[in-house]
Design a protein around this ligand. Structure first.
Ligand SMILES: Nc1ncnc2c1ncn2[C@@H]1O[C@H](COP(=O)(O)OP(=O)(O)OP(=O)(O)O)[C@@H](O)[C@H]1O
Ligand SMILES: [Mg+2]
Length: 990
C-alpha cells in the first residue's frame, strides 16, 4: 500500500486467533491433508476479517494475526475487531466442529510501516505481544480482550471480567475481559436522547423546518442533504427536527433509518428498515408474527394505492428478508433477473411511502448516507421523479469528506438541495462545555470557568460538539481539568507537546487523515510540527512538495486548514487544533526531533532575513523539543543542545521582563532540565530561576534552587554565594522564620562588604525590604530601602537608581507617607528616564496615579492611568497595561461612573486570567465588587468578592485578603446585615 509507506505511530487493535487442537490433529494426518485443512480454515477466517474492515497481517502455522486501524483507520476499529473476533469461531465451525479457536484482542499505540528485512507493511509494539499472550490465555472457543479495547467498546459488547493476569514476559498484570457477545448490528451514534440540551442551531432548525413545511404544504417531494464533518451534529439536528414535526401538533410522520458502516446486509437494508417502521413490523418479533403483520398491513396499502396485495406482499417480503429463499424470484423477469428483482422492491417501497404520505406528510431521515451502497444512492437520485406529487421530504445526512460520492448524493437540482452544517459558534460551544462540566462536577447548576480557560477548550474542539464532548470528558477523567471552589481550571501545562489524546478523538480524526492523498498528508505532517498555526513558505521549504498552494487549497476545501492573517505565528492554521495534534502524534519521535530542529533553524533564518527579532518563545519551544525528543531516542547533538539552552534562557528572561512569571518559570525550568556545558551559565540561570520562583512564591522550589546554587557556587564564585544567601534569607522571611532570615541576610551583607561590592549590598537590601512588604510589614521595610537609596547615591551613576527609588516610594506609599512617596517617585522617574529604564518609569507613574486617587483627585488619576495603559500596551507590557486599566476603573468608581468601571475591570479580570496573575485578578475583582455595591447590586458584589478571595489564595502578598474582606463587610453593612458585617470587619482587622 503505497500511501502508507512512511512509518507512523498509530492506534490499532490487534486480533490473534490460534487454532486449538491443530497440533494433535496434524500428528495423526498426512501433511498433505493437514495443508488442505489449514487452507480450508483460513479460507473461512480471512474473509471474516475483511468483512469487518480489518487487515490480515500474517498467518504463521495455525495462527492468524489481524490488524484494525492500519493502514487505514476507522473511527470504530476496536468494535470492528471485537465483532470480527466473535465471528471467527462460528466460521471455523463450518470447516470442522472439532476445531476450536483461542482469540486475543488488544488496543494500543504501535509503529506501523515497512519493518524488518522483508520490508512488508506491519505493526510492531507491545500491544501486539499482549494480544498474542491474551490469545494463549484464552480458553478454547473464547475471545479474551484487553482493557483499552473493552473501554472503547463497552457500550456495544457484553463482557465478563476474567481478572488481572500475569502474562509471560510482562512486568505488570494485564486486566482481561471475556467478550460474551455484541449488539446485533453495528449502530453508529444515532438519535441519542443526549443529556446536553441543544445549543446553537436555532437558525438551522428553523430554516429546515420551514423548507420541510413548505414542501409538505405544496404536496411536493423533496430530497434535502445535510452534509458536514463527523460529529458536527447532523444526527442531532435531524433528531431535533423529527421531534418538532412529530410532536403536537403533529405535522408529519417521521421514519428513520441509518446505513451501517460495515457488516452483512444488503444495499437496500435501510429502505427495509423504513418499511418496517412505517408499517409497524418490528424485526425483533417472531418470524411468523412478522409475516402475519406484513400480510395484514399490506391490505391497507393495496387498498389506498390500488395495487395488487399479493404481489406487493411478496415484493415487500423479499425486501424485508421474510420471503423463503426458494421462492426467489417471485415472478417471471423480463430484464436481467437481479436488477429486475431490485427494481420491483424499490417499486413496492415507493408504494408504501405513497400510502403513508396519503395519511400524513412524511419526513424520511436516512442517516449516515456516506456508508450507503451505490444502489441506494441511485435510488435517492430518482426519488423526486418517482414520488412526485406526494408530501414527502427525504432528509439525507452524510459526512462531506467522501467527496467522490457527492455528485450522486448531493447538489441542487429538481427537488434536491444540499446544505452544509458548519461548526458551532464560539458562544454556543462555550455553553456546551459549561453544561457538560456542570453534569460532571460536584456542584449543582451551571459550571463556571474563566474566559481564557474556556476559550482554550472551545478552540481545541473547533466548534465540533462531538469533540467538545469527548475532550471535556477525557480531560476531566484524567484530572487535566479540575474543579476548585466551584470553578473549573486546567492543571499547569503538561511537560511538552505530547499530551495524550483520547482514543476516540484520535481515531475519529485519524480516519479523516488516512484518506488524504500522500502529498496532502505530507503537508499536514510538516505543518503539524509548527503547531496550530504555520507558514506556507516554511511547509513548502521543509516538505519539498512542488505545488504547495494547490495542496493548501485542497486541504482548505476539505475543511482541514485555512488561511489566516499573519500576526507572527503563521499565515495558515488547522481548523481544529486536534487535527494538528493527531497528525503530530502519528509522527515517530525521531522524525519529530529532526523536524523541530529544522523548524527552529528556518525561523531563525526567516526572521534574520526580514530584520525582525525572532519570536523568542517559538524558537525556544522548537529547539527544546528537538533536543528532548532526540534524547528520548538516544541521539545527542551538542551544538543543538547549546542553541536550545540559550534560546530557553532568552525566553525565560523575556517572559520575566514582561511580568509573565508563570511563563518565565516554564522556560527556566526547561533550560535547567536541558543543561549546559558551561557551569557558570548554569549558575546564572539557576539564580534567575530562583528569583522567579520566589516571586511566584513557590517557596520550597525557590529554597531548593538557592541551596543548590549556594552549594555549587562554592568558594570560587563568592558573589553567587552571597546572592544565594540573601535569597535564602528572603525565603526564610516569607515562611515566617525571622531568626533564620536575619542570619542569612547578615551573612550576605558581610560577604558583599568583604567583596567591596556596593551593588550587591543594594540588591540585598532591596530584597530584604521586598520580603518585609510581602509579609505585610511595610514599616520594617522602610529603613532597608532608605539604606539602599543612600548607597545608590554613593555609587552616583547607577542605572538602577530609579528602580531603587521606586521601591522606596512604593514602601512610603504603603506606610501612608504620601508626601515622601511622591517626592521619591518623581526622583525615581527622572533617574529611570535618564537610564532608559522604561519599566521603572511606568511603575513610578502608576504609583503616582494611585496617590492621586487616594488624595481624592480621581479625574487626574483617570488621565494618568489612561495614558499609562496606552504606553504599556505599546511597549508590550500586558501586566502594566491591565494594572493601569484596573487603576483607571478604580478612578471611574470614585467618579461614580459605575458601569464603565465595571466593564473595564471585567476586561482586566479576563486579561489577568490569561496572564495567570492572581494579584491582578483579586484587584480587578475588588474594583468590580465596589462598582456593584455602589450601584446596589449587592448579590453581584458578594459573588465577585468570593471569587476574588478565591484568587487571592494564590497571592504572593498578604494583606490583600484584608481589603477584600473589608469590602465584604461594607457590602453586608449596605445590606443591613450587621452581624455579618461585624464578623467580616473583625476578620479584616485580624
Ligand atoms: N447543537 C448541539 N447541542 C448539543 N449537543 C450537540 C449538538 N450537536 C451535536 N451534539 C452532540 O454531539 C454529538 C455528536 O453529534 P452527532 O452524532 O449528531 O454528529 P454527526 O454529525 O451526526 O456525526 P457523524 O458524522 O459521526 O454521524 C452527539 O452526542 C450530540 O448529541
Ligand atoms: Mg450522525
Amino acid at each position: 500500500m503505497a500511501e502508507a509507506a512512511a512509518e507512523e505511530r498509530r492506534i490499532v487493535t490487534v486480533v490473534f486467533a490460534d487454532i486449538e487442537g491443530f497440533t494433535a490433529l496434524a500428528e495423526r494426518r498426512d501433511p498433505e491433508s493437514v495443508k488442505e485443512l489449514l487452507d480450508a480454515c483460513f479460507g473461512r477466517l480471512v474473509p471474516v476479517i475483511a468483512t469487518f474492515g480489518g487487515h490480515v497481517d500474517k498467518i504463521i502455522g495455525d495462527e492468524l494475526m489481524a490488524v484494525f486501524g492500519a493502514p487505514i483507520a476507522h473511527e470504530d476499529d476496536p468494535e470492528r475487531a471485537v465483532r470480527a473476533a466473535l465471528a471467527l469461531a462460528p466460521a471455523l465451525d463450518e470447516v470442522d466442529p472439532l476445531l476450536r479457536l483461542r482469540v486475543g484482542v488488544n488496543t494500543g499505540e504501535v509503529m506501523a510501516g515497512a519493518v524488518g528485512p522483508s520490508l512488508g507493511y506491519t505493526v510492531t509494539g507491545d500491544v501486539v505481544n499482549t494480544a498474542h499472550r491474551l490469545a494463549a490465555e484464552a480458553d478454547p472457543g473464547e475471545v479474551l480482550v484487553g482493557e483499552r479495547t473493552r473501554h472503547a467498546t463497552a457500550a456495544r459488547v457484553a463482557y465478563e471480567l476474567r481478572g488481572d493476569l500475569d502474562l509471560r514476559g510482562k512486568r505488570d498484570k494485564v486486566r482481561a475481559w471475556v467478550a460474551k457477545g455484541a449488539m446485533a448490528r453495528p449502530m453508529h451514534r444515532g438519535p441519542d436522547g443526549s443529556a446536553s440540551p441543544l445549543v446553537g442551531r436555532a437558525r438551522e432548525v428553523a430554516e429546515i423546518r420551514n423548507q420541510v413545511a413548505a414542501a409538505m404544504a405544496d404536496r411536493r417531494v423533496e430530497v434535502l442533504a445535510v452534509v458536514g464533518e463527523a460529529g458536527i451534529g447532523k444526527t442531532r439536528l435531524a433528531t431535533e427536527l423529527a421531534v418538532l414535526l412529530a410532536t403536537k401538533p403533529a405535522t408529519a410522520q417521521v421514519l428513520w433509518a441509518s446505513c451501517p458502516p460495515y457488516g452483512p446486509g444488503g444495499d437496500l437494508n435501510p429502505l427495509a428498515d423504513l418499511v418496517r417502521a412505517g408499517l409497524g413490523v418490528a424485526p425483533s418479533a417472531e418470524r411468523g408474527t412478522q409475516e402475519r403483520l406484513l400480510a395484514e398491513r399490506v391490505q391497507a396499502v393495496a387498498a389506498t394505492t390500488g395495487t395488487d396485495a399479493a404481489l406487493l406482499r411478496s415484493r415487500l417480503g423479499l425486501l424485508l428478508g421474510l420471503a423463503p429463499v426458494s421462492s426467489r424470484p417471485v415472478e417471471p423477469e423480463t430484464g436481467p433477473a437481479r436488477a429486475g428483482v431490485t427494481e420491483q422492491q424499490l417499486g413496492a417501497f415507493c408504494t408504501v411511502l405513497a400510502h403513508l404520505a396519503g395519511i400524513r406528510p412524511l419526513l424520511v431521515v436516512i442517516d449516515d448516507l456516506h456508508w450507503a451502497g451505490p444502489g441506494l444512492l441511485r435510488f435517492l437520485a430518482q426519488v423526486p421523479d418517482r414520488l412526485a406529487g406526494h408530501p414527502i421530504v427525504v432528509l439525507g445526512l452524510a459526512r462531506d469528506d467522501l467527496l467522490e460520492r457527492r455528485s450522486v448524493l448531493v447538489g441542487a437540482g429538481h427537488g434536491r438541495s444540499t446544505r452544509t452544517l458548519e461548526p458551532l459558534a464560539p458562544d454556543a460551544a462555550s455553553e456546551l462545555v459549561l453544561t457538560l462540566l456542570g453534569s460532571l462536577g460536584d456542584h449543582d447548576g451551571p459550571a463556571r470557568m474563566g474566559p481564557a480557560a474556556l476559550d482554550r477548550l472551545v478552540t481545541a474542539a473547533g466548534g465540533n460538539p462531538l469533540l467538545v464532548d469527548q475532550l471535556v470528558r477525557y480531560l476531566v477523567e484524567t484530572g487535566t481539568l479540575f474543579e476548585r471552589g466551584g470553578r473549573w481550571q486546567w492543571t499547569a501545562d503538561p511537560a511538552g507537546n505530547e499530551a495524550d489524546l483520547p482514543d476516540g478523538v484520535r481515531s475519529l480524526i485519524g480516519a479523516r487523515l488516512d484518506v488524504l492523498p500522500v502529498d496532502e498528508r505530507l503537508v499536514v505532517s510538516y505543518a503539524a510540527v509548527f503547531g496550530r498555526r504555520f507558514w506556507r513558505d516554511a511547509v513548502a521549504d521543509l516538505s519539498g512538495v512542488p505545488d504547495i498552494d494547490t495542496l493548501l487549497e485542497r486541504l482548505a476545501g476539505r475543511g482541514l486548514t485555512q488561511p489566516i492573517p499573519d500576526v507572527g505565528y503563521g499565515d495558515h492554521a488547522f481548523r481544529h487544533v486536534l487535527t494538528r495534534d493527531v497528525a503530530y502524534a502519528s509522527l515517530p519521535i525521531g522524525d519529530r526531533a529532526t523536524r523541530h530542529a529544522r523548524v527552529a533553524i528556518w525561523l531563525e533564518r526567516r526572521f534574520e532575513a526580514v530584520h525582525d527579532p525572532a519570536p523568542i518563545a517559538q524558537l525556544a519551544h522548537h529547539y527544546e523539543r528537538a533536543v528532548v525528543l532526540a534524547r528520548a531516542v538516544d541521539h545527542t547533538d551538542p551544538g543543538l543542545s547549546e542553541a536550545a539552552f540559550s534560546a530557553l534562557v532568552r525566553a525565560g528572561r523575556d517572559a520575566h521582563h514582561r511580568h509573565g512569571l508563570g511563563r518565565a518559570d516554564h522556560w527556566y525550568r526547561r533550560a535547567r532540565d536541558l543543561g549546559s556545558f558551561d557551569p557558570d551559565q548554569m549558575l546564572d540561570v539557576a539564580a534567575e530561576h530562583g528569583t522567579v520562583l520566589l516571586e511566584l512564591r513557590q517557596l520550597d522550589a525557590a529554597r531548593d534552587a538557592f541551596e543548590e546554587l549556594h552549594r555549587r557556587a562554592g568558594s570560587h564564585r563568592p558573589a553567587v554565594q552571597a546572592t544565594a544567601a540573601a535569597h535564602l534569607g528572603a525565603v526564610a522571611r516569607l515562611v515566617g522564620d525571622v531568626e533564620l532570615a536575619r542570619e542569612r541576610f547578615e551573612l550576605a551583607a558581610a560577604m558583599w562588604r568583604v567583596l567591596g561590592d556596593v551593588r550587591g549590598q543594594i540588591d540585598m537590601l532591596r530584597l530584604q525590604g521586598w520580603s518585609e512588604i510581602t509579609v505585610g510589614r511595610a514599616r520594617a521595610a522602610l529603613p532597608r530601602f532608605q539604606q539602599a537609596v543612600a548607597l545608590e547615591e554613593q555609587l552616583g551613576q547607577s542605572p538602577r537608581r530609579g528602580e531603587t527609588l521606586q521601591y522606596l516610594g512604593w514602601c512610603e506609599f504603603l506606610t501612608g507617607e504620601s508626601e515622601a512617596a511622591r517626592a521619591h517617585l518623581w526622583a525615581g522617574m527622572s533617574h529611570a528616564h535618564d537610564a532608559d529604564d522604561q519599566s521603572s518609569v511606568r511603575w513610578c507613574f502608576g504609583l503616582l496615579a494611585l496617590i492621586l486617587l487616594q488624595a481624592g483627585r480621581a479625574s487626574l488619576c483617570l488621565d494618568v492611568s489612561r495614558n499609562l495603559r496606552a504606553v504599556s500596551s505599546r511597549s508590550g507590557d500586558p501586566w502594566g497595561e491591565w494594572t493601569s486599566a484596573t487603576l483607571e476603573a478604580s478612578a471611574l468608581v470614585s467618579l461614580d461612573r459605575l458601569d464603565e468601571a465595571a466593564a473595564l475591570a471585567g476586561e482586566a479580570e479576563n486579561r489577568f486570567e490569561e496572564l495567570e496573575e492572581p494579584w491582578g485578578l483579586a484587584l480587578s475583582r475588588l474594583v468590580q465588587a465596589q462598582a456593584a455595591r455602589l450601584s446596589g447590586a449587592l448579590d453581584t458584589a458578594r459573588a465577585v468578592l468570593s471569587q476574588a478571595l478565591e484568587s487571592s489564595r494564590d497571592l504572593p502578598y498578604v494583606g490583600e485578603d484584608a481589603r477584600l474582606v473589608a469590602e465584604l463587610a461594607r457590602v453586608e453593612l449596605d445590606a443591613g446585615r450587621h452581624p455579618e458585617a461585624e464578623r467580616h470587619a473583625r476578620g479584616a482587622l485580624a
